[in-house]
Design a protein around this ligand. Structure first.
Ligand SMILES: *Cc1c(COP(=O)(O)O)cnc(C)c1O
Length: 384
């Protein structure tokens, strides 16, 4: 019986447990050593080599969840993204990235790549044709995000993977928003999957971490770069992350269910102008989302009618927290204009469809009826 081939919650609960040979405890022991014996050993272990016992075993859980050979855990999602990029790009190379990119990734590219003489193109849209049109003879990497932040656009993963294979270009995806519970891009041919583990992997808004999963060949390339830059995760946090991931399947399924319910409900309210959620039949890529996602995810966005200020509305919330980040078991809302996309110019934001009134909603595990009641009372308080 191979644990890696079992169902989602079995993998979450058991794959990558560090065996407690000495005391036979039920959970993984934590090894905090930053110094290991070097003589007569198979592996020379060191935290920055990403191969302490806790790092090595948790990587197995992530690889099993994403259907890949292997994985690496980083100190943040940005450490995972930046090291993945730098492993496949050198001076003179070119990367194609989606225009609706996570703000931090977009900043990293715009601020750091010019210093390194790495060229980049942000696509004009999120369709395969937009990526193909941006390819140059020196393109070495195509990076996508689907569902995207904050408008939940859906890009055809299989078509992007095919495009990469056809043109001999490595493909990568930021799978943070969907999590492996709702989407496994490797099954559609993408080469590399990365996560901000700060989000659904951690799930309790108390861990900052990242991960990349892929084939051993690709991960060896990333390891060669990462060991020089640093950016590994401390073993204590690795251990915390392992504990969190045991319940990831349960959490994300409950959160996804809430998102489905709230998206449908918000869509019917007179105080809502528009809802963005791939699970709604009215979403332009609903069918595509259905074909590549196991669930539609636990993130949605919406715009209130013009007479309600989104700031005033969020200040009136009592249960839902107006706070940064996403994916915790507590429901949160934020304004992309004031947070994730604040470094873009108003013109750049408008170009990708982000209005000042847009609210991004990260669904937690609370009862849907309580979330609805909180939204209703906040609207009522603003309109008074
Ligand atoms: C948060 C986030 C990141 C960056 O992760 P950190 O852990 O904050 O470094 C990257 N991509 C997406 C989609 C995110 O939401």
């Amino acid at each position: 019986m191979k644990l890696e081939n079992q169902g989602l919650n079995t993998i979450c609960a058991h794959v990558g447990e560090v065996p407690d040979e000495q005391f036979k405890g039920a959970i993984s022991p934590i090894y905090l050593s930053s110094s290991y014996q070097f003589m007569d050993v198979d592996v020379k272990r060191y935290p920055r080599y990403f191969n302490t016992p806790n790092q090595e075993y948790l990587a197995k859980k992530i690889a099993a969840l994403e259907h890949t050979e292997t994985a690496m855990i980083f100190g943040s999602g940005m450490a995972a993204i930046s090291h993945m990029f730098l492993a496949f790009l050198k001076s003179g190379d070119h990367i194609v990235v989606q225009n609706t990119l996570y703000g931090g990734t977009s900043n990293f590219i715009r601020e750091e790549f010019p210093k390194l003489n790495i060229e980049f193109t942000f696509t004009n849209g999120y369709k395969v044709e937009d990526f193909e049109a941006a390819i140059q003879p020196n393109t070495k990497l195509i990076h996508i995000e689907t569902p995207s932040n904050p408008l939940l656009t859906i890009t055809d993963i299989k078509a992007i993977a095919h495009l990469g294979k056809q043109k001999n270009i490595v493909t990568s995806i930021d799978n943070t928003f969907a999590s492996p519970v709702n989407q496994n891009p490797i099954d559609f041919g993408i080469d590399l999957v990365m996560h901000s583990a700060t989000k659904y992997f951690g799930g309790h808004s108390d861990i900052c971490a990242g991960a990349v999963a892929g084939s051993k060949d690709h991960l060896d390339k990333i390891w060669n770069v990462s060991k020089n830059y640093g950016g590994s995760l401390s073993d204590f946090t690795v251990w915390m992350l392992e504990r969190s991931m045991k319940t990831m399947g349960l959490r994300v399924k409950a959160q996804t269910k809430n998102a489905n319910k709230l998206a449908k409900w918000l869509d019917k309210q007179a105080f809502v102008k528009q809802v963005y959620y791939p699970g709604l039949k009215s979403h332009p890529e609903h069918k595509l989302a259905k074909s590549q996602m196991k669930g539609f995810g636990a993130m949605l966005s919406f715009e209130l009618i013009d007479s309600i200020s989104s700031d005033q509305f969020m200040k009136q919330l009592k249960l839902i927290k107006a706070s940064m980040s996403l994916a915790g078991i507590e429901s949160t809302m934020l304004s992309p204009t004031q947070t994730s996309h604040s470094l873009l110019t108003p013109e750049q934001r408008l170009e990708i469809g982000i209005s000042d009134g847009l609210i991004r909603f990260s669904l937690g595990i609370e009862e849907a009826k309580d979330l609805k009641a909180d939204i209703k009372q906040a609207v009522k308080a603003v309109l008074k």
